[in-house]
Design a protein around this ligand. Structure first.
Ligand SMILES: [Zn+2]
Ligand SMILES: [Zn+2]
Length: 261
């Protein structure tokens, strides 16, 4: 199924490419984008998927979350994230969510490089011993990939690194979906990229990658549909009547085949 991409929303293609350009193989994975090329970056999300999915090396998953002052995560959204990670990751010693530092506001418009620089400054935990770490940073303002009315809600920009644009999430909520529900969907979606979905670190068992939006699921009922991480999530909510928060059967099949549950 080809996404119904209105001309005014073409800029979103760039947003979808942010993390896909992270693999050093952007020429082969540049999808249906056009627009500006993402900055080249050292390592793609998904390359450490097995560390997160299997218990072979790491038995415990720690999620460290920092936020720019005033942009604290929603406890309800974090609970959804924790549930999904517990469901899919083989971690006998559990999943811990650590809401850590509140940091000073930054530039208000963030590139991937700026997101990374803040992470380098504030991240406290990295994989060690039997604990693997997912780091999420809630930013203020917006992404430099936003285009017109189209906003980026989150991105996965490294093997264990996620940025969340909470103000854009709040702006994407509506009467049907609260900001906490949209936030939960974005958190689970970006975690899915860290887990190698779709076809980006975790091989597909049954083909289901969107040919026009690489790294995403063709099925709009799946949390890995591309619209989830953009303000286009409102179109999905309109179609479906609610916000997806679950990986679909084909994503779960992929995760299980790569060490997950
Ligand atoms: Zn995505
Ligand atoms: Zn899926």
């Amino acid at each position: 199924m080809r996404p119904l991409l209105a001309p005014a929303l073409v800029g979103l293609a760039t947003a979808g490419l942010v993390w896909q350009g992270c693999g050093g193989s952007s020429s082969s994975r540049s999808g249906g984008g056009g627009g500006a090329s993402p900055a080249p970056v050292p390592v793609a999300p998904g390359v450490s998927a097995r560390d997160f999915l299997s218990d072979a090396t790491y038995r415990h998953l720690l999620v460290e979350i920092d936020h720019v002052q005033g942009q604290a995560p929603s406890p309800a959204a974090l609970q959804v994230l924790r549930t999904r990670l517990e469901e899919r990751c083989n971690k006998p010693d559990g999943v811990t969510i650590l809401v850590d530092d509140a940091i000073p506001p930054g530039s208000g418009v963030y590139s991937v490089a700026e997101n990374r620089a803040l992470e380098a400054q504030h991240r406290d935990h990295h994989a060690s011993g039997t604990t693997v770490v997912l780091y999420m940073l809630y930013l203020d303002g917006r992404s430099d990939q936003d285009s017109g009315g189209a906003r980026v809600l989150g991105w996965a920009h490294g093997p264990s690194s996620v940025g969340i644009f909470r103000e854009s999430i709040v702006a994407s909520a509506n009467l049907v979906a609260s900001s906490a529900e949209v936030e939960a969907a974005v958190l689970v979606h970006e975690a899915g990229h860290i887990l190698g979905l779709v076809n980006n670190g975790t091989p597909m068992v049954t083909p289901h990658e969107d040919p026009d939006r690489r790294g995403h699921d063709v099925d709009e009922r799946c949390i890995m549909h591309w619209r989830i991480e953009t303000s286009e999530i409102r179109t999905l909510i309109q179609h479906l009547g609610s916000v997806p928060t679950q990986f679909d059967a084909r994503c779960i099949e992929d995760l299980r085949a790569s060490g997950g549950r």
